[in-house]
Design a protein around this ligand. Structure first.
Ligand SMILES: CC(C)(COP(=O)(O)OP(=O)(O)OC[C@H]1O[C@@H](n2cnc3c(N)ncnc32)[C@H](O)[C@@H]1OP(=O)(O)O)[C@@H](O)C(=O)NCCC(=O)NCCS
Length: 203
């Protein structure tokens, strides 16, 4: 798929443009520019969608000004919401199911008085309620991870290569490679088979 010269997506139902900061490999697929309606990223090359990655239209890149997101080769986002103020990396062959939320920042403080002040300032439509004092912590999904539907991945989490997260789980801590986790909070259920290393494969 290549973008039209004015950065629209061909045959898109949405008339917006894909922002300049988004790099899409000609062999990647983006269903709709609507995925970037909430993108406020300002860095050059803030978003990279690599070869043969697929981003379907109910996916949303809800990105702050300093956000950086990379989507690896053959990754598939089928309606995920990425909430990013610092960095989210998604490796090769990662599969993300419906309604998954991945966030590197909570955006709002737990302190009720500070939260109320932010809400009162947010009277304009589509004003972003973000507390700039809150830290953001990058999230990394390594290669070949699978997130089931309605999964939530919280700030600072790394999910190791080949791991699976069961539907409706909330991931608050790192997940080791080749592990199936599930629940809220997500806990290991069992180990998953690792691919053989090169020297273990019969000639
Ligand atoms: C992750 C998943 C694939 C695991 O399936 P499985 O290997 O058949 O796992 P099992 O059903 O044998 O469950 C193993 C244990 O984990 C628990 N478990 C599995 N999924 C769970 C979940 N989402 N939340 C909480 N616990 C879960 C089971 O209750 C069971 O616990 P027990 O050993 O105490 O009885 C499956 O649970 C799942 O989430 N499927 C949804 C996939 C999806 O979203 N598909 C959309 C298309 S991309």
């Amino acid at each position: 798929m290549s973008l039209l010269p004015d950065r629209r997506v061909r045959d898109d139902w949405f008339h917006g443009l894909v922002p300049q900061c988004v790099d899409i490999d000609p062999q990647a697929y983006l269903e709709s520019a609507y995925s970037f309606a909430l993108c406020r990223a300002e860095r050059a090359h803030a978003v990279r969608i690599e070869r043969a990655a697929h981003v379907y239209s109910s996916s949303l890149f809800d990105l702050g000004t300093n956000a950086e997101v990379s989507i690896g080769p053959f990754a598939m986002l089928n309606g995920a919401r990425l909430i990013c103020e610092s960095q989210i990396t998604i490796g090769a062959h990662v599969l993300i199911s419906w309604n998954v939320v991945i966030m590197d920042s909570y955006r709002l403080p737990p302190d009720p008085a500070r939260r109320r002040a932010l809400i009162e300032r947010a009277s304009a439509p589509l004003h972003r309620m973000v507390d700039p004092a809150l830290p953001a912590a990058p999230v990394h999904l390594r290669d070949n991870v699978w997130l089931g539907f309605d999964v939530c991945v919280l700030p600072g989490v790394t999910i190791g290569e080949g791991s699976v997260v069961g539907a409706r789980s909330v991931v608050c801590g790192d997940v080791s490679p080749y592990t199936l986790v599930a629940g809220n909070p997500a806990r290991p259920v069992r180990d998953l088979p690792r691919p053989p290393r090169a020297h273990e494969v019969a000639p």
